[in-house]
Design a protein around this ligand. Structure first.
Ligand SMILES: [Zn+2]
Ligand SMILES: [Zn+2]
Length: 153
């Protein structure tokens, strides 16, 4: 297995089909610019039901890599208002797989649903509400009704 794919699998990201990367690298005197697009789709765990949720990847990114001695200090970075991606490299080579990995991780949404109206998992009995309705909602009574019930009893 591709090491990048293997690593994704570890954190629950499964490419649905191979990701297509179109990357351009421009080497400058003391930095390297990378610009590219990544396209594909990955399978993530649905936030509600933990089922498979498809996430389309369409990333347009650019990043600049500098060597450690050229990396701006924190103070300098604060002055730079422009939020660009600045990374470190060892001055000889860049691990493109790592660049791609980072971009995809940045693109993963915090919440992802298998479908817009995913019913999720019942908090009470753990039923997958997309598959069955367990009826727990009726039990989850409105406090006003339980007051009535007490009266009846
Ligand atoms: Zn779901
Ligand atoms: Zn239930």
């Amino acid at each position: 297995m591709d090491p990048v794919i293997a690593e994704f699998a570890q954190i629950g990201i499964v490419p649905e089909k191979p990701l297509v990367a179109d990357i351009e690298i421009v080497e400058k005197v003391d930095s390297i610019s990378i610009a590219g697009v990544l396209n594909g789709s990955v399978l993530l765990a649905c936030t509600r039901c933990l089922g498979q949720a498809l996430h389309n990847v369409a990333i347009d990114f650019s990043a600049e890599y500098v060597t450690e001695e050229n990396f701006p200090s924190e103070a300098e970075l604060e002055v730079t208002e422009e939020a660009f991606d600045l990374g470190l490299y060892d001055g000889t080579s860049i691990d493109l797989a790592e660049v791609v990995r980072e971009q995809i991780l940045l693109d993963i949404p915090e919440r992802v649903l298998c479908r817009d109206d995913c019913g999720g998992i019942c908090q009470k009995c753990g039923s997958d509400l997309n598959v069955e309705s367990c009826g727990c909602e009726e039990v989850q009574a409105d406090p006003r009704w339980s007051a009535l019930k007490e009266l009846k009893n």
